[in-house]
Unconditional design. Structure first.
Length: 94
């Protein structure tokens, strides 16, 4: 159970008892059980839906052409570097 020993579980139980009190403990356990049951049914429903979706087949892929085109174009163009105009901002203020 996630590496928790008996002493760790007793400490956690004592903290929960101090936080919620003995009167709220049964209600807390009941709501935790309901939440776990809902989670279990929802995950089971998701697992039941998966096989129908995974059995669909994709259309076959197109075959690759036997030859590869080797057309080369010169994509280099002349570039002009544009630098922003520098203004003297004065001394730096820290």
């Amino acid at each position: 159970m996630a590496g928790l020993g008996t002493s760790e579980l007793l400490i956690i139980l004592a903290v929960v008892l101090l936080l919620f009190g003995s009167a709220k403990l049964p209600q807390l356990a009941r709501s935790l059980g309901r939440s776990a049951r809902i989670l279990k049914t929802e995950t089971k429903g998701l697992h039941d839906d998966d096989p129908a979706e995974t059995q669909t087949t994709a259309p076959p892929a197109r075959p690759l052409p036997a030859t590869v085109r080797t057309e080369h174009r010169d994509t280099r163009t002349e570039h002009r570097v544009v630098r922003p105009e520098r203004r003297d901002a004065g001394p730096a203020r820290w």
